[in-house]
Design a protein around this ligand. Structure first.
Ligand SMILES: O=C(O)CCC(=O)C(=O)O
Length: 263
C-alpha cells in the first residue's frame, strides 16, 4: 500500500483499484458463475426494508460456495484470496496475516432490482470486530469488504454506494439518509468497471442503490478480518469436505481460524 492509497483510505474509508483483473480473468470468473447460475437464490427478505427510494420490482440474487466448487471452476476464486495488489492493501489496513472472514459471495441484480438500505457507520458498529482507528502510524480496521466487479457499474446504474468519511462519524446517521429518502447528495454511487476492485471498511456507511442498468449486475464480495479477529463463525465450512487441503500454502493461510500470525 503506498502513501497515497493510505491517505485516501483513511480519508474516505474506501479505495477503488482500477484494472486489477484483465478481460480474460473476468471472463473466466463469469464463465464459472454461468455454470452454477441455477444455484443463484433470491434473497428471502427485502433489503430495501422501509425505504421509499430503494424499492424495486425484484430482489437481489446471491450465490456462494465458490471455493469448494469442483476444479477448474473453484480455481479463479481461490486465486483472488491472495491477489497481489489487493493483498498489499489488506496488509496495510488489516495487518500482515489477515484472514478470510467469510465469502466469497456473488451479488447479482437484474434491471429494476430493489436497493439495499445503507448500514455500517462509525458509531452504529460497536464491536471490536468492526472498528476503525489509526495508531502507531498505521490504519487498524476490522471487517473489510473486497468487492471485485465482474460487470460494469456506470453512472446512474445503481449498485454499491457509500457515504465517504462516515467510518469516522461520531454521530448516528439519520434514518432518512440510511433509507436514501433524503440527503441523497451525501450518498456516493461508486462507478467502476469489470475488473476493478472496491475495498471498504465495514464501518463505512454503505449499501446498494436500486439497479437500473440493462445488464445483470455482478459483484463478487470477499470479507476479510485481521488475523486474530473473527466477525463470522471463525472457520471455513467443512460440510463441503476439507477443501482447503487442495489450496496452495499461501491460500490456506488466509483460510485458517483466528490466531496470531507473526509473518
Ligand atoms: O451492493 C453492494 O455491493 C453492497 C453490499 C453490502 O452492503 C454489504 O456487503 O454489506
Amino acid at each position: 500500500m503506498n502513501e497515497d492509497e493510505k491517505y485516501l483510505f483513511d480519508l474516505n474509508g474506501y479505495l477503488v483499484l482500477k484494472e486489477i483483473l484483465n478481460d480474460q480473468e473476468v471472463k473466466r470468473l463469469n464463465a464459472a458463475i454461468d455454470v452454477h447460475s441455477d444455484e443463484m437464490q433470491e434473497i428471502d427478505r427485502s433489503l430495501a426494508s422501509d425505504s421509499k427510494a430503494m424499492q424495486g420490482t425484484s430482489r437481489r440474487l446471491d450465490l456462494g460456495g465458490m471455493l469448494s466448487w469442483d476444479q477448474p471452476y473453484c480455481e479463479p476464486f481461490r486465486e483472488l484470496l491472495v491477489q497481489p495488489r489487493v493483498k498489499s492493501i489488506l496488509d496495510g489496513i488489516l495487518g500482515i496475516g489477515f484472514r478470510l472472514d467469510h465469502g466469497p459471495g456473488l451479488i447479482a441484480m437484474e434491471k429494476g432490482c430493489e436497493g439495499g438500505k445503507l448500514h455500517g457507520g462509525g458509531v452504529e458498529r460497536g464491536d471490536i470486530s468492526e472498528v476503525y482507528f489509526y495508531k502507531n502510524d498505521r490504519i487498524f480496521t476490522g471487517l473489510t469488504v473486497v468487492e471485485y466487479l465482474l460487470a460494469d457499474e456506470g453512472k446512474g446504474d445503481g449498485g454499491v454506494a457509500v457515504i465517504p468519511g462516515s467510518h469516522k462519524a461520531n454521530v448516528k446517521c439519520p434514518e432518512d439518509l440510511l433509507n436514501w429518502d433524503k440527503y441523497q447528495e451525501h450518498v456516493h454511487e461508486v462507478n467502476a468497471k469489470a475488473g476493478d476492485v472496491i475495498i471498504f471498511t465495514e464501518t463505512l456507511t454503505h449499501g446498494t442503490l436500486p439497479w437500473t442498468g440493462s445488464h445483470q449486475r455482478r459483484a463478487l464480495l470477499y470479507k476479510f478480518s485481521p488475523g486474530t479477529v473473527s466477525y463470522g463463525a471463525g472457520s471455513h465450512d467443512i460440510s463441503y469436505g476439507d477443501y482447503i487441503q487442495t489450496m496452495t500454502d499461501e491460500q490456506r493461510m488466509v483460510m485458517e481460524s483466528p490466531h496470531l500470525r507473526r509473518s
